[in-house]
Design a protein around this ligand. Structure first.
Ligand SMILES: Cc1ncc(COP(=O)(O)O)c(C=O)c1O
Length: 438
């Protein structure tokens, strides 16, 4: 029995069956590569779903973890430790917001954001005034797996089996300003938007939609929550994706790359909104511990020291251009979109997208598929043009062999007409995706 097959068999008996894993047993990582138990190197263009932004075994991160693990790993939130202040100061300065709550994961950050919004939006409501309790979330959204995050996640299959979920949530068609205006009223406490939708297929919010969301919430006293768990912290070439738009939200949620692979999430918010919480109203045992915070601090310093945001812009542009060249060549490609190193390539069939991901893995390249038909690329920020070339060559060869084996289903004319879209909603999504950096 190989190491992989024995782990597969044992996991099959011991773990709650929540994951459909790829048949690869990973043992170590270095730079942009991860290695399996047989010593094969895989070029990682998914980075642990947007977590390993500095790649693997980055010397500054490894050093920080080792040093801090020998000093202090956990304290509880009953005591101070030396890293919260500097980390919070860096995050508030970078975001334009005022205060931070640390937690452990994306869903925990988003859950806390919903709680904060419910209390905060009602602070100024007079005794017999309209209480704000409704939450507006977006179609195609994904905010996590706990009850509040799940209730605001649009995909029915993630919510339905757990019904009844949190009441009071309505979904707005993403980037549809008229639908937003129709569904927004004075009972809304929170309007939740992923600045760039990740699980929903890599769609950036449009400027008009985000500006309308900001104006409506400001006027009514509702809270604008931007979920930047996947798109934040440099992934789009700016620290926060909303900085491409010049719109400042009331709450931002972050997680994934924050502590370079250790679990750490955060809610960033304004002074005014933060007043809704007081000691005892919200908390967590592990969130914001000294090990995770020391590493997060090093992560932010490394982004700066290695000029990685600039690099993300440059290599992201190159990657996008290369993907667009493929787009021009293959009618099976419906769209190429995204910002920085958060890119998606929509294909004309879910089966084809599945097959491409599988064949990429056979060629020792890791990507995945989101929203059924979209190939998703979330590589580490440290990739170089030569890595992009390798990925594009592999995609080119896979798509051309699919064509030869007759898997391609769309004719060029069908694909183009779908792309140009008679459907206004689809056009709205594309407009957002075409956002130019501000
Ligand atoms: C936008 C967004 N929000 C929330 C989450 C949930 O994060 P976590 O899996 O850390 O709970 C994710 C995870 O993919 C995400 O992409």
């Amino acid at each position: 029995m190989t190491a992989l097959s024995s782990v597969q068999a044992a996991e099959g008996k011991l773990l709650v069956p929540t994951y459909d894993r790829n048949p690869v047993l990973l043992t170590r990582g270095k730079g942009v590569y991860i290695y399996d138990s047989e010593g094969n190197a895989y070029l990682d263009f998914l980075s642990g779903i947007g977590v390993n932004a500095l790649g693997y075994s980055h010397p500054a991160i490894t050093k920080t973890i080792a040093a801090q693990a020998g000093k202090l790993i956990h304290t509880s939130n009953l005591f101070f430790h030396e890293y919260t202040v500097e980390l919070a100061a860096r995050l508030t300065k970078a975001s334009g917001l005022d205060r931070v709550f640390f937690c452990n994961s994306g869903t925990e950050a988003f859950e806390g954001a919903l709680k904060l919004a419910r209390v905060s939006a009602n602070l100024k409501v007079k005794k017999n005034g309209t209480r704000k309790w409704r939450v507006l979330a977006m179609e195609q959204s994904f905010h996590g797996r706990t009850f509040g995050s799940m209730a605001t996640t649009h995909t029915v299959k993630y919510r339905q089996p757990f019904a009844p979920v949190m009441p009071g949530v309505s979904f707005v068609r993403f980037n549809d300003v008229a639908d937003l205006k129709k569904k927004f009223n004075s009972q809304v406490c929170a309007l939740c938007v992923e600045t760039v939708q990740g699980e929903g297929g890599i769609h950036a919010v449009s400027r008009e939609f985000l500006e309308t969301a900001r104006a409506l919430t400001k006027k009514s006293g509702a809270v604008l929550i931007l979920d930047e768990i996947q798109c934040g912290l440099g992934r789009t070439g700016k620290m926060f994706a909303y900085q491409h738009y010049g719109v400042l939200p009331d709450i931002v949620t972050i997680a994934k790359p924050l502590a370079a692979g250790l679990p750490l999430g955060a809610i960033l918010t304004t002074e005014a909104v933060s007043k809704a919480f007081h000691p005892g109203l919200h908390g967590t045992t592990f969130g914001g511990g000294p090990l995770a915070c020391a590493v997060a601090l090093q992560f932010l310093k490394t982004l700066e020291q290695e000029h990685l945001l600039k690099h993300v812009v440059e290599v992201g542009e190159y990657f996008r251009e290369r993907l667009q060249q493929l787009d021009a060549k293959y009618p099976e490609i419906q769209d190429v979109r995204g910002i920085g190193l958060m890119l998606g390539m929509e294909l004309n069939s879910a089966d084809l997208a599945k097959q491409v991901v599988k064949e990429m893995l056979a060629r020792k390249i890791v990507i995945n598929r989101t929203h059924d038909t979209t190939l998703r690329f979330l590589p580490p920020f440290i990739i170089e043009r030569k890595h992009v070339d390798q990925v594009v060559q592999a995609l080119d060869s896979i798509l051309s062999s699919c064509k030869q084996t007759g898997d391609a289903k769309a004719s060029p004319s069908r694909a183009r007409s779908a792309r140009n879209g008679a459907n206004g909603h689809r056009r709205g999504l594309q407009k957002g995706s075409e956002l130019k950096r501000g």
